[in-house]
Design a protein around this ligand. Structure first.
Ligand SMILES: Nc1ncnc2c1ncn2[C@@H]1O[C@H](COP(=O)(O)OP(=O)(O)OP(=O)(O)O)[C@@H](O)[C@H]1O
Length: 309
């Protein structure tokens, strides 16, 4: 009898579909190697990630784990060394220079950590939001109404005529979000958007990202070190050494007492070759070392220590 005979046979997958065929963002075995002289740094080492349309995802990970590299690849400001990366119908591996310009102008919006890099010091907020639309050839009347709507939607309409030096850090970041959203991208990428801000201001910026996601329907992927921020999104993906290592999914439930609660569940990530990283504390608790026993049970796969028996 095969291992999959009996009740499990009904769960066999149907015809194989392309990995992430229904996702908006697909990173499949993504590799990015930086070469500086004779030194090679593998910033991404076969990273898999799927993000579906409408999601808001936080990417977390230690310094140097590859978070910014991933965001630059998705933003089209850098190209992968190997693997597959797709955003909507854009194949990030094979885009021509011209397609890349179009992709960066229309398909994705990018907000960088250093607020100053997002803004032009001598332009007002309204002029900055207008600029990407002017470059894209949007008619003047439409530009004006879109600019007003965007600034209003994230609570910075009062900054329309102010230049960056006349705005607070949180206002500058919210204007930067409007600039990134001007050409109606399907994806908004934000690298440490609250990194330089205090808790209250960071809440306002996070609120602006939420608005983009829930009211404008933009899929948001943000890198953050801020546990207050990552703790509020429905999905947090952890990257370790250039690979996705675990995910936390949060959902709201209503208890028997009628109270709303957020339930957070942590998942390990299995890559396409079937590799799963067993957390260190689990390995230590059962003295799991190099060789372990795997057992397929009706509804789970068990990993047991090698007792030598
Ligand atoms: N342009 C580059 N040239 C060479 N090495 C680079 C370059 N950019 C990043 N790296 C290296 O790639 C690895 C991943 O860097 P990355 O900036 O993506 O990490 P990160 O997780 O965003 O870190 P941090 O949280 O500190 O911003 C690091 O070892 C880094 O030193």
């Amino acid at each position: 009898m095969s291992l999959l005979d009996g009740p499990l046979s009904a769960r066999r997958a149907g015809p194989e579909q392309e990995f992430g065929h229904d996702a908006l963002i697909v990173c499949d075995n993504l590799v990015r190697i930086y070469q500086t002289g004779s030194i090679e740094v593998q910033a991404l080492q076969g990273l898999d990630l799927l993000v579906h349309e409408g999601e808001m995802v936080a990417i977390i990970g230690a310094s140097g784990s590859g978070k910014s590299t991933l965001l630059s690849l998705l933003a089209g400001t850098d190209a992968p060394t190997a693997g597959r990366a797709r955003v909507a119908s854009w194949d990030l591996m094979s885009m021509s220079r011209r397609e890349r310009v179009h992709y960066r102008r229309h398909a994705v919006g990018l907000v960088r950590q250093q607020t100053a890099r997002n803004l032009v010091p001598y332009l007002s907020a309204a002029q900055m939001v207008d600029l990407p639309m002017t470059l894209a050839g949007v008619p003047r009347r439409e530009r004006r109404s879109r600019t007003g709507e965007l600034l209003e939607s994230v609570g910075v309409a009062h900054c329309a005529r102010r230049r960056p030096a006349q705005m607070s850090g949180g206002e500058q970041m919210r204007v930067a979000i409007c600039v990134a959203l001007a050409n109606r991208p399907r994806v908004l990428l934000a690298d440490e958007p609250t990194g330089e801000l205090d808790t209250e201001t960071s809440g306002e910026v996070f609120g602006a990202l939420r608005t983009a996601n829930s009211q404008l329907g933009v899929t948001v992927v943000m890198v953050t070190h801020d546990p207050d921020v990552s703790g509020q999104v429905e999905r947090t993906v952890a990257i370790r050494a250039g690979r996705t290592s675990s995910e936390v999914l949060r959902r709201s439930t209503t208890g028997a007492d009628g109270e709303h609660r957020v339930v957070a569940e942590e998942y390990a990530i299995m890559d396409r070759a079937g590799r799963v990283q067993v957390p260190k504390d689990y390995r230590e608790a059962l003295a799991l070392t190099r060789r372990v026993r795997l057992a397929l049970e009706t509804d789970q796969v068990a990993i047991r220590p090698d007792t030598g028996a």
